[in-house]
Write a protein that binds this ligand. Sequence first.
Ligand code: ADP
Length: 582
Amino acid sequence: MGSKGIIIRVSGPTVTAGGMVGARMYNRVVVGEAGLLGEVIRLEGDLATIQVYEDTTGLSLGEAVIDAGEPLLAELGPGLLTSIFDGVQRPLDVIRQEEGDFIGRGGVVPALPRTKPWPFVPTVKRGDPVSGGDVIGRVAETPRIEHRVLVPPGVSGKVTEIHEGSFRVTDTVATLDNGTPLALMQNWPVRTPRPFREHLSPTLPFITGQRIFDFLFPVAAGGTAVVPGGFGTGKTVVEQTLARYAQADIIVFIGCGERGNEMAEVLADFPELVDPASGRPLMERTVLVINTSNQPVAAREASIYTGITIAEYYRDMGYRVALMADSTSRWAEALREISSRLEEMPGEEGYPTYLATRLANFYERGGRVACLGSQERQGSVTIVSAISPPGGDFSEPVTQCSIRVAGTLWALDADLAHRRHFPAVDWKRSYSLYMNSLEDYYRRSVAPDWSDLRKRMMALLQQEEELQEIVQLVGIDALQDPQRITLELGRILREDFLRQHAFSETDASCPMEKQYWMLKVIFDYERLCQDLLKKGRPVEEIFGLPIREELGRMKEIPVAGFIDRAKDLMARMDQEREREAG
Ligand code: ADP
Protein backbone atom coordinates (compact mmCIF):
# COMPACT_ATOMS: atom_id res chain seq x y z
CA MET A 1 0.00 0.00 0.00
CA GLY A 2 1.17 3.51 -0.76
CA SER A 3 0.03 6.80 0.61
CA LYS A 4 -3.36 7.95 1.77
CA GLY A 5 -4.81 11.34 0.90
CA ILE A 6 -8.14 13.11 0.83
CA ILE A 7 -10.46 14.35 -1.91
CA ILE A 8 -10.21 18.11 -2.42
CA ARG A 9 -12.03 18.42 -5.76
CA VAL A 10 -14.44 16.39 -7.86
CA SER A 11 -14.93 17.23 -11.54
CA GLY A 12 -16.96 14.68 -13.46
CA PRO A 13 -14.81 11.61 -13.99
CA THR A 14 -11.76 13.21 -12.38
CA VAL A 15 -10.94 13.74 -8.74
CA THR A 16 -8.09 15.71 -7.18
CA ALA A 17 -6.63 14.39 -3.96
CA GLY A 18 -4.24 16.16 -1.59
CA GLY A 19 -1.66 14.56 0.69
CA MET A 20 -0.74 11.83 -1.79
CA VAL A 21 2.89 11.72 -0.70
CA GLY A 22 4.91 9.17 -2.66
CA ALA A 23 2.12 8.32 -5.13
CA ARG A 24 3.31 7.55 -8.66
CA MET A 25 1.87 8.24 -12.07
CA TYR A 26 -0.61 5.62 -13.24
CA ASN A 27 -0.86 4.05 -9.82
CA ARG A 28 -4.18 2.49 -9.04
CA VAL A 29 -6.12 4.18 -6.23
CA VAL A 30 -9.25 3.50 -4.25
CA VAL A 31 -11.41 6.60 -4.04
CA GLY A 32 -13.82 7.58 -1.28
CA GLU A 33 -15.98 5.56 1.05
CA ALA A 34 -17.63 3.87 -1.91
CA GLY A 35 -14.22 2.43 -2.80
CA LEU A 36 -14.23 3.52 -6.43
CA LEU A 37 -11.47 2.37 -8.73
CA GLY A 38 -9.22 5.11 -10.15
CA GLU A 39 -5.81 5.80 -11.64
CA VAL A 40 -3.39 8.69 -11.04
CA ILE A 41 -3.02 10.64 -14.27
CA ARG A 42 -1.29 13.79 -13.05
CA LEU A 43 0.99 14.57 -10.12
CA GLU A 44 2.01 17.97 -8.81
CA GLY A 45 3.80 17.66 -5.50
CA ASP A 46 1.49 15.70 -3.23
CA LEU A 47 -1.53 16.70 -5.34
CA ALA A 48 -2.79 13.83 -7.48
CA THR A 49 -5.36 14.05 -10.25
CA ILE A 50 -7.20 10.81 -10.61
CA GLN A 51 -9.41 9.47 -13.35
CA VAL A 52 -12.15 7.42 -11.82
CA TYR A 53 -13.54 4.37 -13.60
CA GLU A 54 -16.88 4.56 -11.88
CA ASP A 55 -19.59 7.14 -11.45
CA THR A 56 -18.31 9.85 -9.10
CA THR A 57 -21.74 11.14 -8.09
CA GLY A 58 -22.03 11.40 -4.31
CA LEU A 59 -18.31 11.59 -3.55
CA SER A 60 -17.64 14.24 -0.91
CA LEU A 61 -14.65 16.40 -0.25
CA GLY A 62 -12.53 15.06 2.56
CA GLU A 63 -13.19 11.39 1.83
CA ALA A 64 -10.11 9.19 1.74
CA VAL A 65 -8.09 8.24 -1.33
CA ILE A 66 -5.80 5.28 -0.94
CA ASP A 67 -2.87 4.61 -3.25
CA ALA A 68 -2.65 0.89 -4.04
CA GLY A 69 1.08 1.26 -4.67
CA GLU A 70 0.85 -0.50 -8.03
CA PRO A 71 -0.49 0.30 -11.50
CA LEU A 72 -3.75 -0.85 -13.03
CA LEU A 73 -3.27 -4.55 -13.73
CA ALA A 74 -4.95 -7.01 -16.03
CA GLU A 75 -5.56 -10.54 -14.82
CA LEU A 76 -4.27 -13.02 -17.36
CA GLY A 77 -5.09 -16.71 -17.16
CA PRO A 78 -7.64 -19.36 -18.13
CA GLY A 79 -11.17 -18.02 -18.16
CA LEU A 80 -10.46 -15.00 -20.34
CA LEU A 81 -12.00 -16.66 -23.39
CA THR A 82 -15.81 -16.47 -23.52
CA SER A 83 -15.66 -13.56 -21.05
CA ILE A 84 -17.24 -10.16 -21.45
CA PHE A 85 -15.36 -7.48 -19.52
CA ASP A 86 -15.79 -3.77 -19.06
CA GLY A 87 -12.92 -1.35 -19.72
CA VAL A 88 -11.19 -2.14 -16.43
CA GLN A 89 -11.73 -5.87 -16.82
CA ARG A 90 -14.68 -6.33 -14.52
CA PRO A 91 -16.74 -9.28 -15.77
CA LEU A 92 -19.97 -7.72 -16.99
CA ASP A 93 -22.10 -10.85 -16.70
CA VAL A 94 -21.04 -11.56 -13.11
CA ILE A 95 -21.58 -7.95 -12.10
CA ARG A 96 -24.96 -7.94 -13.76
CA GLN A 97 -26.09 -11.03 -11.96
CA GLU A 98 -24.97 -9.64 -8.64
CA GLU A 99 -26.09 -6.08 -9.00
CA GLY A 100 -28.79 -6.01 -11.59
CA ASP A 101 -28.47 -4.32 -14.93
CA PHE A 102 -26.84 -1.18 -13.65
CA ILE A 103 -23.29 -1.80 -12.70
CA GLY A 104 -22.83 -0.98 -9.06
CA ARG A 105 -19.88 0.97 -7.83
CA GLY A 106 -16.84 -0.07 -5.88
CA GLY A 107 -17.77 -3.69 -6.31
CA VAL A 108 -14.57 -5.68 -6.40
CA VAL A 109 -15.31 -8.62 -8.62
CA PRO A 110 -12.16 -10.35 -9.88
CA ALA A 111 -11.77 -10.62 -13.65
CA LEU A 112 -11.13 -14.35 -13.54
CA PRO A 113 -13.40 -16.61 -11.50
CA ARG A 114 -11.58 -17.66 -8.33
CA THR A 115 -13.44 -20.87 -7.58
CA LYS A 116 -13.50 -22.57 -10.96
CA PRO A 117 -11.12 -25.54 -11.21
CA TRP A 118 -9.05 -26.07 -14.37
CA PRO A 119 -7.33 -29.30 -15.40
CA PHE A 120 -3.60 -28.53 -15.59
CA VAL A 121 -1.16 -30.75 -17.51
CA PRO A 122 2.52 -29.89 -16.94
CA THR A 123 4.86 -29.77 -19.93
CA VAL A 124 8.06 -29.29 -17.93
CA LYS A 125 9.39 -31.48 -15.13
CA ARG A 126 11.25 -31.09 -11.92
CA GLY A 127 14.82 -29.87 -12.49
CA ASP A 128 14.04 -28.10 -15.78
CA PRO A 129 15.34 -24.54 -16.03
CA VAL A 130 12.64 -22.08 -17.10
CA SER A 131 12.53 -18.35 -17.75
CA GLY A 132 10.00 -15.64 -18.56
CA GLY A 133 7.71 -16.64 -21.41
CA ASP A 134 8.33 -20.38 -21.17
CA VAL A 135 5.31 -22.68 -21.21
CA ILE A 136 5.16 -24.83 -18.09
CA GLY A 137 1.91 -26.62 -18.87
CA ARG A 138 -1.45 -26.42 -20.53
CA VAL A 139 -5.09 -26.11 -19.68
CA ALA A 140 -7.98 -26.89 -22.03
CA GLU A 141 -9.50 -23.44 -21.71
CA THR A 142 -12.26 -24.13 -24.23
CA PRO A 143 -12.81 -27.08 -26.60
CA ARG A 144 -10.97 -25.11 -29.28
CA ILE A 145 -8.16 -23.38 -27.45
CA GLU A 146 -5.36 -24.76 -25.35
CA HIS A 147 -4.25 -22.23 -22.77
CA ARG A 148 -0.48 -22.31 -22.41
CA VAL A 149 0.53 -21.44 -18.88
CA LEU A 150 3.48 -19.06 -19.13
CA VAL A 151 6.27 -18.14 -16.73
CA PRO A 152 5.71 -14.40 -16.15
CA PRO A 153 8.26 -12.08 -17.81
CA GLY A 154 11.24 -11.41 -15.54
CA VAL A 155 10.90 -14.66 -13.59
CA SER A 156 13.36 -17.56 -13.96
CA GLY A 157 14.74 -20.52 -12.06
CA LYS A 158 14.76 -24.30 -11.88
CA VAL A 159 11.49 -26.13 -11.35
CA THR A 160 11.55 -27.79 -7.93
CA GLU A 161 7.93 -28.82 -7.81
CA ILE A 162 5.18 -29.14 -10.41
CA HIS A 163 1.84 -30.88 -10.18
CA GLU A 164 -0.72 -32.26 -12.55
CA GLY A 165 -4.36 -31.97 -11.56
CA SER A 166 -7.24 -29.66 -10.98
CA PHE A 167 -6.37 -26.12 -9.90
CA ARG A 168 -7.99 -22.74 -9.43
CA VAL A 169 -6.34 -19.77 -11.15
CA THR A 170 -4.56 -18.58 -8.00
CA ASP A 171 -3.36 -22.00 -6.79
CA THR A 172 0.35 -22.72 -7.00
CA VAL A 173 0.99 -25.30 -9.71
CA ALA A 174 4.79 -25.09 -9.70
CA THR A 175 7.60 -23.73 -7.55
CA LEU A 176 11.04 -22.57 -8.65
CA ASP A 177 14.31 -23.11 -6.75
CA ASN A 178 14.35 -19.47 -5.66
CA GLY A 179 11.02 -20.05 -3.99
CA THR A 180 8.89 -18.29 -6.64
CA PRO A 181 5.44 -19.90 -6.83
CA LEU A 182 3.80 -20.08 -10.26
CA ALA A 183 0.04 -20.08 -10.67
CA LEU A 184 -2.25 -20.49 -13.67
CA MET A 185 -2.82 -16.74 -13.54
CA GLN A 186 -0.50 -13.75 -13.73
CA ASN A 187 -0.98 -9.96 -13.61
CA TRP A 188 0.34 -7.36 -15.99
CA PRO A 189 0.17 -3.54 -15.96
CA VAL A 190 -2.11 -2.66 -18.86
CA ARG A 191 -0.24 0.43 -19.97
CA THR A 192 3.05 -1.44 -20.38
CA PRO A 193 3.59 -3.53 -23.54
CA ARG A 194 4.37 -7.16 -22.75
CA PRO A 195 7.92 -8.09 -23.75
CA PHE A 196 8.88 -10.43 -26.59
CA ARG A 197 12.15 -11.71 -27.98
CA GLU A 198 12.16 -10.11 -31.41
CA HIS A 199 9.97 -8.30 -33.90
CA LEU A 200 9.49 -10.28 -37.12
CA SER A 201 9.01 -8.64 -40.49
CA PRO A 202 5.47 -8.50 -41.88
CA THR A 203 5.91 -11.23 -44.49
CA LEU A 204 2.74 -13.23 -43.80
CA PRO A 205 -0.73 -11.95 -44.67
CA PHE A 206 -3.65 -11.71 -42.29
CA ILE A 207 -6.07 -13.55 -44.55
CA THR A 208 -9.58 -12.21 -44.24
CA GLY A 209 -11.61 -14.12 -46.82
CA GLN A 210 -12.74 -10.76 -48.18
CA ARG A 211 -11.67 -10.27 -51.78
CA ILE A 212 -11.16 -6.55 -51.65
CA PHE A 213 -8.95 -6.86 -48.59
CA ASP A 214 -6.97 -9.95 -49.51
CA PHE A 215 -6.45 -9.04 -53.13
CA LEU A 216 -6.21 -5.29 -53.24
CA PHE A 217 -5.39 -3.99 -49.79
CA PRO A 218 -3.99 -6.75 -47.62
CA VAL A 219 -2.87 -6.31 -44.06
CA ALA A 220 0.05 -8.33 -42.75
CA ALA A 221 -0.30 -10.64 -39.78
CA GLY A 222 0.85 -8.35 -36.98
CA GLY A 223 0.01 -5.29 -39.04
CA THR A 224 -2.54 -2.57 -38.52
CA ALA A 225 -5.55 -1.72 -40.64
CA VAL A 226 -7.70 1.32 -39.98
CA VAL A 227 -11.28 1.42 -41.20
CA PRO A 228 -12.71 4.92 -41.18
CA GLY A 229 -16.27 5.39 -42.32
CA GLY A 230 -19.34 7.45 -41.61
CA PHE A 231 -22.45 6.06 -39.98
CA GLY A 232 -23.88 3.03 -41.79
CA THR A 233 -20.91 2.44 -44.09
CA GLY A 234 -20.30 -1.03 -42.69
CA LYS A 235 -17.63 -0.73 -40.01
CA THR A 236 -19.35 -3.07 -37.60
CA VAL A 237 -20.08 -5.59 -40.33
CA VAL A 238 -16.40 -5.53 -41.36
CA GLU A 239 -15.28 -6.15 -37.79
CA GLN A 240 -17.76 -8.96 -37.24
CA THR A 241 -17.03 -10.59 -40.60
CA LEU A 242 -13.32 -10.54 -39.87
CA ALA A 243 -13.93 -11.89 -36.38
CA ARG A 244 -15.66 -14.86 -37.94
CA TYR A 245 -13.66 -15.55 -41.06
CA ALA A 246 -10.19 -14.08 -40.74
CA GLN A 247 -7.35 -16.51 -40.14
CA ALA A 248 -6.83 -15.85 -36.46
CA ASP A 249 -6.82 -18.16 -33.46
CA ILE A 250 -8.05 -15.63 -30.93
CA ILE A 251 -10.32 -12.60 -31.27
CA VAL A 252 -10.21 -9.71 -28.85
CA PHE A 253 -13.04 -7.30 -29.54
CA ILE A 254 -13.00 -3.88 -27.90
CA GLY A 255 -16.32 -2.11 -28.12
CA CYS A 256 -16.35 1.56 -27.27
CA GLY A 257 -19.88 2.71 -27.88
CA GLU A 258 -21.36 6.09 -27.40
CA ARG A 259 -24.99 5.27 -27.69
CA GLY A 260 -26.16 2.47 -25.45
CA ASN A 261 -27.80 0.46 -28.19
CA GLU A 262 -24.59 0.15 -30.23
CA MET A 263 -23.01 -1.97 -27.57
CA ALA A 264 -26.26 -3.68 -26.67
CA GLU A 265 -26.19 -5.07 -30.23
CA VAL A 266 -22.66 -6.36 -29.84
CA LEU A 267 -23.57 -7.93 -26.52
CA ALA A 268 -26.55 -9.60 -28.12
CA ASP A 269 -24.89 -10.59 -31.42
CA PHE A 270 -21.47 -11.86 -30.46
CA PRO A 271 -22.47 -14.68 -28.14
CA GLU A 272 -24.76 -15.96 -30.93
CA LEU A 273 -22.05 -16.03 -33.61
CA VAL A 274 -20.99 -19.44 -34.79
CA ASP A 275 -17.38 -20.09 -35.71
CA PRO A 276 -17.56 -21.26 -39.32
CA ALA A 277 -14.33 -23.21 -38.93
CA SER A 278 -15.63 -25.44 -36.15
CA GLY A 279 -19.39 -24.96 -35.98
CA ARG A 280 -18.95 -24.07 -32.31
CA PRO A 281 -19.66 -20.74 -30.60
CA LEU A 282 -17.22 -18.06 -31.71
CA MET A 283 -16.98 -16.94 -28.08
CA GLU A 284 -14.86 -20.02 -27.37
CA ARG A 285 -11.96 -18.14 -28.94
CA THR A 286 -13.11 -14.61 -28.19
CA VAL A 287 -12.70 -12.07 -25.40
CA LEU A 288 -15.01 -9.05 -25.40
CA VAL A 289 -14.08 -5.76 -23.74
CA ILE A 290 -17.18 -3.63 -23.87
CA ASN A 291 -18.06 -0.20 -22.58
CA THR A 292 -21.72 0.26 -22.08
CA SER A 293 -23.09 3.76 -22.27
CA ASN A 294 -23.75 4.06 -18.56
CA GLN A 295 -20.08 3.70 -17.74
CA PRO A 296 -17.85 6.72 -17.22
CA VAL A 297 -15.51 7.92 -19.96
CA ALA A 298 -12.41 6.90 -18.04
CA ALA A 299 -13.33 3.22 -18.33
CA ARG A 300 -13.58 3.73 -22.07
CA GLU A 301 -10.10 5.23 -22.06
CA ALA A 302 -8.74 2.18 -20.21
CA SER A 303 -10.49 -0.37 -22.42
CA ILE A 304 -8.02 -0.35 -25.29
CA TYR A 305 -5.15 -1.00 -22.88
CA THR A 306 -7.01 -3.83 -21.21
CA GLY A 307 -7.84 -5.27 -24.63
CA ILE A 308 -4.37 -5.06 -26.10
CA THR A 309 -2.80 -6.54 -22.96
CA ILE A 310 -5.07 -9.58 -23.26
CA ALA A 311 -4.21 -9.80 -26.96
CA GLU A 312 -0.47 -9.71 -26.22
CA TYR A 313 -0.88 -12.44 -23.63
CA TYR A 314 -2.35 -14.87 -26.18
CA ARG A 315 0.30 -13.76 -28.69
CA ASP A 316 2.89 -14.79 -26.08
CA MET A 317 1.38 -18.29 -26.11
CA GLY A 318 2.13 -18.44 -29.83
CA TYR A 319 -1.31 -17.60 -31.16
CA ARG A 320 -2.39 -15.39 -34.04
CA VAL A 321 -4.57 -12.80 -32.37
CA ALA A 322 -6.90 -10.38 -34.13
CA LEU A 323 -7.73 -7.30 -32.12
CA MET A 324 -10.78 -5.42 -33.32
CA ALA A 325 -11.51 -1.98 -31.94
CA ASP A 326 -14.91 -0.46 -32.70
CA SER A 327 -14.45 2.41 -32.56
CA THR A 328 -11.23 4.15 -31.72
CA SER A 329 -12.97 7.50 -32.16
CA ARG A 330 -15.01 6.89 -29.04
CA TRP A 331 -11.83 6.17 -27.15
CA ALA A 332 -10.27 9.40 -28.45
CA GLU A 333 -13.39 11.29 -27.39
CA ALA A 334 -12.95 9.93 -23.87
CA LEU A 335 -9.36 11.13 -23.94
CA ARG A 336 -10.58 14.55 -25.04
CA GLU A 337 -13.11 14.77 -22.28
CA ILE A 338 -10.62 13.86 -19.59
CA SER A 339 -8.06 16.25 -21.02
CA SER A 340 -10.53 19.09 -20.93
CA ARG A 341 -11.34 18.28 -17.28
CA LEU A 342 -7.65 18.59 -16.58
CA GLU A 343 -7.75 21.99 -18.29
CA GLU A 344 -4.89 20.97 -20.55
CA MET A 345 -4.04 23.06 -23.58
CA PRO A 346 -6.28 21.68 -26.33
CA GLY A 347 -4.92 20.71 -29.75
CA GLU A 348 -6.87 20.32 -32.96
CA GLU A 349 -10.64 20.07 -32.48
CA GLY A 350 -10.17 20.02 -28.73
CA TYR A 351 -8.27 16.72 -28.70
CA PRO A 352 -5.21 16.73 -26.46
CA THR A 353 -1.90 17.42 -28.17
CA TYR A 354 -0.71 13.91 -27.22
CA LEU A 355 -3.52 12.20 -29.18
CA ALA A 356 -1.17 11.20 -32.02
CA THR A 357 1.40 9.74 -29.61
CA ARG A 358 -1.21 7.78 -27.67
CA LEU A 359 -2.67 6.34 -30.87
CA ALA A 360 0.77 5.48 -32.23
CA ASN A 361 1.71 3.78 -28.94
CA PHE A 362 -1.43 1.68 -29.13
CA TYR A 363 -0.86 0.61 -32.75
CA GLU A 364 2.77 -0.15 -31.99
CA ARG A 365 1.66 -2.86 -29.61
CA GLY A 366 0.52 -4.87 -32.62
CA GLY A 367 3.12 -6.99 -34.42
CA ARG A 368 4.35 -10.43 -35.28
CA VAL A 369 6.99 -11.59 -32.86
CA ALA A 370 9.29 -14.35 -31.76
CA CYS A 371 7.84 -14.96 -28.31
CA LEU A 372 9.70 -14.46 -25.08
CA GLY A 373 11.26 -17.58 -23.57
CA SER A 374 13.69 -20.32 -24.47
CA GLN A 375 11.17 -22.26 -26.56
CA GLU A 376 10.70 -21.37 -30.24
CA ARG A 377 7.29 -19.83 -30.77
CA GLN A 378 5.82 -17.09 -32.92
CA GLY A 379 2.70 -15.10 -32.28
CA SER A 380 1.02 -12.04 -33.67
CA VAL A 381 -1.42 -9.31 -32.81
CA THR A 382 -3.12 -7.83 -35.85
CA ILE A 383 -5.07 -4.64 -35.15
CA VAL A 384 -8.18 -3.69 -37.11
CA SER A 385 -9.38 -0.36 -35.87
CA ALA A 386 -12.67 1.19 -36.90
CA ILE A 387 -12.89 4.97 -36.83
CA SER A 388 -16.09 6.98 -36.97
CA PRO A 389 -15.22 10.45 -38.20
CA PRO A 390 -18.06 12.91 -37.57
CA GLY A 391 -19.93 13.50 -40.81
CA GLY A 392 -17.65 10.99 -42.55
CA ASP A 393 -14.99 13.69 -42.91
CA PHE A 394 -11.58 11.99 -42.99
CA SER A 395 -9.67 15.21 -42.42
CA GLU A 396 -10.48 15.15 -38.69
CA PRO A 397 -7.64 14.45 -36.21
CA VAL A 398 -8.43 10.86 -35.13
CA THR A 399 -8.62 9.60 -38.73
CA GLN A 400 -5.54 11.54 -39.74
CA CYS A 401 -3.41 10.43 -36.77
CA SER A 402 -4.47 6.81 -37.33
CA ILE A 403 -3.80 6.82 -41.06
CA ARG A 404 -0.32 8.16 -40.42
CA VAL A 405 0.71 5.12 -38.41
CA ALA A 406 -1.36 2.29 -39.90
CA GLY A 407 -0.04 0.07 -42.67
CA THR A 408 -3.39 -0.47 -44.37
CA LEU A 409 -6.26 1.90 -44.97
CA TRP A 410 -9.69 0.55 -45.79
CA ALA A 411 -11.59 3.76 -46.50
CA LEU A 412 -15.34 3.22 -46.34
CA ASP A 413 -17.43 5.33 -48.62
CA ALA A 414 -20.95 6.58 -47.98
CA ASP A 415 -21.83 6.63 -51.71
CA LEU A 416 -20.92 3.00 -52.18
CA ALA A 417 -22.84 2.05 -49.04
CA HIS A 418 -25.78 4.04 -50.30
CA ARG A 419 -25.71 2.08 -53.55
CA ARG A 420 -25.45 -1.04 -51.42
CA HIS A 421 -22.06 -1.91 -52.82
CA PHE A 422 -20.56 -3.80 -49.86
CA PRO A 423 -17.90 -3.93 -48.54
CA ALA A 424 -18.16 -0.19 -49.24
CA VAL A 425 -14.38 0.16 -49.58
CA ASP A 426 -13.28 3.04 -51.77
CA TRP A 427 -10.48 1.52 -53.87
CA LYS A 428 -9.24 4.93 -54.90
CA ARG A 429 -8.47 6.09 -51.38
CA SER A 430 -7.54 2.80 -49.76
CA TYR A 431 -4.01 1.41 -49.73
CA SER A 432 -1.72 -1.20 -48.27
CA LEU A 433 1.90 -0.57 -47.43
CA TYR A 434 2.48 -4.30 -46.94
CA MET A 435 2.33 -5.30 -50.62
CA ASN A 436 6.08 -5.49 -51.14
CA SER A 437 6.76 -7.56 -48.07
CA LEU A 438 3.86 -9.92 -48.81
CA GLU A 439 4.51 -10.42 -52.49
CA ASP A 440 6.83 -13.33 -51.96
CA TYR A 441 4.22 -15.15 -49.88
CA TYR A 442 1.58 -14.76 -52.58
CA ARG A 443 3.95 -15.87 -55.29
CA ARG A 444 4.92 -19.02 -53.41
CA SER A 445 1.67 -19.90 -51.67
CA VAL A 446 -1.03 -18.81 -54.08
CA ALA A 447 0.21 -18.25 -57.63
CA PRO A 448 3.28 -16.81 -59.37
CA ASP A 449 1.20 -14.21 -61.22
CA TRP A 450 -0.78 -13.04 -58.18
CA SER A 451 0.70 -9.57 -58.04
CA ASP A 452 0.50 -9.17 -61.84
CA LEU A 453 -3.23 -9.80 -61.62
CA ARG A 454 -3.51 -7.30 -58.81
CA LYS A 455 -1.69 -4.61 -60.75
CA ARG A 456 -3.80 -5.32 -63.80
CA MET A 457 -6.96 -5.06 -61.76
CA MET A 458 -5.96 -1.74 -60.18
CA ALA A 459 -5.11 -0.38 -63.62
CA LEU A 460 -8.44 -1.50 -65.05
CA LEU A 461 -10.44 0.04 -62.21
CA GLN A 462 -8.56 3.25 -62.79
CA GLN A 463 -9.21 3.20 -66.55
CA GLU A 464 -12.86 2.44 -65.99
CA GLU A 465 -13.11 5.42 -63.70
CA GLU A 466 -11.68 7.72 -66.38
CA LEU A 467 -13.95 6.28 -69.07
CA GLN A 468 -16.96 6.74 -66.79
CA GLU A 469 -16.20 10.43 -66.64
CA ILE A 470 -16.16 10.64 -70.42
CA VAL A 471 -19.43 8.74 -70.66
CA GLN A 472 -21.02 11.10 -68.19
CA LEU A 473 -19.89 14.09 -70.21
CA VAL A 474 -20.53 12.98 -73.76
CA GLY A 475 -22.33 9.65 -73.61
CA ILE A 476 -21.38 6.05 -74.31
CA ASP A 477 -21.30 6.60 -78.08
CA ALA A 478 -18.14 8.64 -77.70
CA LEU A 479 -16.26 5.46 -76.73
CA GLN A 480 -14.52 3.17 -79.14
CA ASP A 481 -15.19 -0.54 -78.95
CA PRO A 482 -11.99 -1.51 -77.07
CA GLN A 483 -12.85 1.17 -74.50
CA ARG A 484 -16.31 -0.31 -74.11
CA ILE A 485 -14.68 -3.62 -73.29
CA THR A 486 -12.58 -1.90 -70.63
CA LEU A 487 -15.70 -0.27 -69.23
CA GLU A 488 -17.51 -3.59 -69.11
CA LEU A 489 -14.57 -5.26 -67.47
CA GLY A 490 -14.36 -2.58 -64.78
CA ARG A 491 -17.98 -3.25 -64.03
CA ILE A 492 -17.43 -6.99 -63.82
CA LEU A 493 -14.55 -6.45 -61.42
CA ARG A 494 -16.63 -4.20 -59.21
CA GLU A 495 -19.89 -6.12 -59.27
CA ASP A 496 -18.79 -9.70 -59.67
CA PHE A 497 -15.51 -9.65 -57.81
CA LEU A 498 -15.18 -6.84 -55.28
CA ARG A 499 -18.76 -6.90 -54.12
CA GLN A 500 -19.18 -9.51 -51.42
CA HIS A 501 -22.23 -10.08 -49.32
CA ALA A 502 -21.40 -10.59 -45.67
CA PHE A 503 -24.56 -12.58 -45.08
CA SER A 504 -24.32 -14.95 -48.06
CA GLU A 505 -23.78 -18.54 -47.08
CA THR A 506 -21.32 -19.35 -49.88
CA ASP A 507 -19.74 -15.95 -50.42
CA ALA A 508 -19.33 -14.44 -46.94
CA SER A 509 -15.80 -15.78 -47.01
CA CYS A 510 -13.75 -16.52 -50.11
CA PRO A 511 -10.44 -18.39 -49.87
CA MET A 512 -7.39 -17.02 -51.67
CA GLU A 513 -7.40 -19.78 -54.28
CA LYS A 514 -10.97 -19.07 -55.27
CA GLN A 515 -10.23 -15.35 -55.43
CA TYR A 516 -7.34 -16.06 -57.74
CA TRP A 517 -9.30 -18.33 -60.08
CA MET A 518 -12.23 -15.93 -60.22
CA LEU A 519 -9.86 -13.28 -61.50
CA LYS A 520 -8.24 -15.68 -63.95
CA VAL A 521 -11.65 -16.31 -65.49
CA ILE A 522 -12.51 -12.60 -65.58
CA PHE A 523 -9.28 -11.70 -67.33
CA ASP A 524 -9.72 -14.59 -69.73
CA TYR A 525 -13.10 -13.14 -70.58
CA GLU A 526 -11.42 -9.82 -71.33
CA ARG A 527 -9.09 -11.59 -73.75
CA LEU A 528 -12.03 -13.33 -75.37
CA CYS A 529 -13.81 -10.01 -75.89
CA GLN A 530 -10.72 -8.50 -77.48
CA ASP A 531 -10.16 -11.53 -79.75
CA LEU A 532 -13.74 -11.59 -80.94
CA LEU A 533 -13.69 -7.86 -81.55
CA LYS A 534 -10.60 -8.25 -83.71
CA LYS A 535 -12.48 -10.83 -85.74
CA GLY A 536 -15.15 -8.25 -86.39
CA ARG A 537 -17.90 -9.28 -83.99
CA PRO A 538 -19.99 -6.34 -82.70
CA VAL A 539 -19.53 -5.60 -78.98
CA GLU A 540 -23.25 -5.96 -78.20
CA GLU A 541 -23.11 -9.48 -79.51
CA ILE A 542 -19.94 -10.24 -77.55
CA PHE A 543 -21.46 -8.96 -74.29
CA GLY A 544 -24.56 -11.00 -75.06
CA LEU A 545 -22.72 -14.33 -74.96
CA PRO A 546 -24.09 -16.60 -72.21
CA ILE A 547 -20.63 -16.77 -70.61
CA ARG A 548 -21.03 -13.17 -69.43
CA GLU A 549 -23.81 -14.14 -67.06
CA GLU A 550 -21.85 -17.04 -65.72
CA LEU A 551 -19.19 -14.64 -64.49
CA GLY A 552 -21.76 -13.05 -62.22
CA ARG A 553 -22.61 -16.43 -60.75
CA MET A 554 -19.07 -17.43 -59.81
CA LYS A 555 -19.39 -16.02 -56.29
CA GLU A 556 -22.13 -18.45 -55.46
CA ILE A 557 -20.27 -21.52 -56.67
CA PRO A 558 -19.09 -23.45 -53.61
CA VAL A 559 -15.38 -23.50 -52.93
CA ALA A 560 -15.12 -27.26 -53.28
CA GLY A 561 -14.78 -27.91 -56.99
CA PHE A 562 -14.52 -24.23 -57.91
CA ILE A 563 -11.21 -24.57 -59.71
CA ASP A 564 -12.67 -27.25 -61.99
CA ARG A 565 -15.64 -25.01 -62.77
CA ALA A 566 -13.28 -22.13 -63.48
CA LYS A 567 -11.21 -24.25 -65.87
CA ASP A 568 -14.42 -25.38 -67.46
CA LEU A 569 -15.47 -21.78 -68.09
CA MET A 570 -12.06 -21.03 -69.58
CA ALA A 571 -12.33 -24.06 -71.85
CA ARG A 572 -15.69 -22.81 -73.08
CA MET A 573 -14.15 -19.46 -73.88
CA ASP A 574 -11.45 -21.27 -75.88
CA GLN A 575 -14.18 -23.05 -77.84
CA GLU A 576 -15.83 -19.72 -78.58
CA ARG A 577 -12.52 -18.44 -79.96
CA GLU A 578 -12.02 -21.55 -82.07
CA ARG A 579 -15.52 -21.34 -83.45
CA GLU A 580 -14.78 -17.77 -84.51
CA ALA A 581 -11.45 -18.78 -86.04
CA GLY A 582 -13.00 -21.74 -87.85
P1 ADP B 1 -21.49 1.20 -39.24
O1 ADP B 1 -20.94 0.31 -38.16
O2 ADP B 1 -20.41 1.78 -40.09
O3 ADP B 1 -22.44 2.25 -38.76
P2 ADP B 1 -22.81 -1.21 -40.09
O4 ADP B 1 -21.62 -2.11 -40.06
O5 ADP B 1 -23.77 -1.31 -38.98
O6 ADP B 1 -22.34 0.30 -40.26
O7 ADP B 1 -23.52 -1.47 -41.51
C1 ADP B 1 -24.74 -0.90 -41.83
C2 ADP B 1 -25.53 -1.83 -42.71
O8 ADP B 1 -24.92 -2.00 -43.98
C3 ADP B 1 -25.66 -3.26 -42.18
O9 ADP B 1 -26.72 -3.39 -41.31
C4 ADP B 1 -25.86 -4.08 -43.45
O10 ADP B 1 -27.20 -4.08 -43.83
C5 ADP B 1 -25.11 -3.32 -44.48
N1 ADP B 1 -23.79 -3.94 -44.76
C6 ADP B 1 -22.59 -3.50 -44.37
N2 ADP B 1 -21.60 -4.29 -44.83
C7 ADP B 1 -22.18 -5.28 -45.54
C8 ADP B 1 -21.70 -6.41 -46.27
N3 ADP B 1 -20.38 -6.71 -46.38
N4 ADP B 1 -22.62 -7.18 -46.88
C9 ADP B 1 -23.91 -6.90 -46.80
N5 ADP B 1 -24.44 -5.87 -46.14
C10 ADP B 1 -23.60 -5.06 -45.50
